[in-house]
Design a protein around this ligand. Sequence first.
Ligand code: CA
Length: 274
Amino acid sequence: MGPMHPSNRSPRARILVVEDEARLRELLRLYLERAGYAVREAADGRAALDAFDEDPPDLLIVDLMLPKLQGEALIRAIREDSPVPILIASAKRSDVERIAGLRLGADDYLPKPFNVHELVERVNAILRRTGTGAGAGIGAAGGTAPGAGPGGGPAGSGRDAGPRLSFAGGRFVFEPSTRAYTCDGRAGRLTPAEARLLLALVRAAGTPLDREQLLPTVAGPHAETSRNVDVHVGNLRRKLGDDAADPWAIETIPDVGYRWLASADPHRSDRAQA
Ligand code: CA
């Protein structure tokens, strides 16, 4: 399948594999290293959090059923201050659990048992999409720095990274290059999927986009369902303090999808990028 070799590009993207089954962990390491990634392993959730704090990777592959600290709790802890891409690779496979995983802020969900080649492909796709690490191939420097301030990491995808966007008279300000935002005085960071979703909505401002159109922004090439879009929109709304029943930012168009409502502040935003 002609794998790209990130090692040919710039610093190798670093992946933390969180999996308690030793044989599977070994297998993942083997294939990911073969694909050009630098791999570290953690056999339980606690060890994963320690490894993450010590030296943040460019992407995590996380099993949900883990000793000591469950995958859900691990992801929640990481998401407190980092938008690092997370791929859940887990046997929990009901739609409800899958959606719950995405709601935690994971970028993709691969149900076990999976084909290792497919896992590598999804990792490649996530890193390309998020512009993180060497896998992106768009000149992004490796070495995400969770918690770092603006400019602290290769946060946005290069193509999407544009000038700072400001809406509704400065109520919501978003910095695409770092995915940092302020909204009603609160500061935070969007996940890669949320940022892509936001930018797609903003580019089409005033025009409804349906779920199928938005799906590629939030999911990998093997997207499960358009409900993923709803989940990510819900997450984005929470961060924006937006009320679905009386929105100022994102309007739900019944049976269609979503529409961006907030007016752009002309002096700071640059919708011309659309
Ligand atoms: Ca497990």
